[in-house]
Ligand binder design. Structure first.
Ligand SMILES: [Cu+2]
Length: 250
């Protein structure tokens, strides 16, 4: 009995002693992906201690104290009232404290996910069956999401048809994309590299093909690309100008 009690306390200490993680390891910009990973590890540890070890201990006791004959009558220990309350309330308190700790860290992480850093690059995302389109401030458009490495990126997203969902597995972030409203997410591509976005809301026959490349490239390279892509887009936009209503905010 003492052994199990010690295990419970150890588990709770292991979970509560870990420092707050949502800040992303001391950098100025909190990286939600890092916070997500740490929280996930905590939950797994929690499940392992409560679910795994306790199941093993319970199975051991079931075997050890099994009835040797059909007529055998068990003789359990008689607990005092204090022992009874102690065995009930103390473990319950430890587990609840642990659960509240994980829940609180989940909320902190949620706030990090919803708070866009000030200097984030903004990109408009338009989803349609079955592709993603990206548009930048200067009018440049692309079917590859190019971003500068080392700078947070915020995506303002909408859909032209049905509900889609923008999922960046590498950056541990996902948000629904809906017609008639703009949703957002942000992520932090710290280093240059390639990854992908995929749709995670079933949206028709080619839902499984609704992917796009995401390329984080060095900032200078990105600026050069953005300027040239913007220059290509500019004449087209100017040509379309007469089509918009006079006085349009566009
Ligand atoms: Cu979709």
């Amino acid at each position: 009995m003492r052994y199990v009690s010690a295990l419970r306390i150890l588990g709770a200490v292991a979970l509560t002693a870990v420092p707050a993680f949502a800040s992303g390891g001391g950098g100025e910009i909190a990286d939600p992906a890092h916070g997500w990973d740490v929280l996930w590890e905590h939950v797994l540890l929690d499940l392992f201690i409560i679910g795994g070890l306790f199941a093993v201990v319970a199975a051991y006791w079931l075997f050890k104290y099994r009835a040797d004959s059909p007529t055998e009558v068990g003789t359990g220990p008689t607990l005092t009232r204090a022992q009874m309350f102690g065995w009930t309330l103390i473990p319950a308190f430890i587990f609840m404290a642990d659960d509240f700790y994980l829940a609180a860290n989940g909320w902190t992480l949620w706030n990090t996910y919803r708070t866009v850093p000030k200097d984030a690059l903004e990109v408009k995302v338009t989803a349609s069956m079955w592709s993603w389109s990206f548009e930048y401030d200067n009018g440049a458009t692309s079917d590859v999401l190019k971003v500068p490495a080392g700078r947070p990126v915020v995506l303002r997203m909408t859909s032209e048809d049905v509900v889609h969902s923008f999922f960046l597995p590498k950056h541990r972030v996902k948000e629904d994309v809906m017609p008639g409203r703009v949703t957002y997410l942000w992520f932090y591509p710290k280093e240059a590299g390639k990854t992908y976005v995929t749709c995670t809301e079933f949206c028709g026959a080619q839902h499984a093909e609704m992917n796009a490349d995401v390329e984080a490239i060095p900032a200078e390279e990105f600026n050069t690309w953005l300027a040239s892509a913007g220059a290509k887009a500019a004449p087209a936009a100017a040509g379309e100008q007469p089509a918009t209503a006079p006085g349009s905010a566009l």
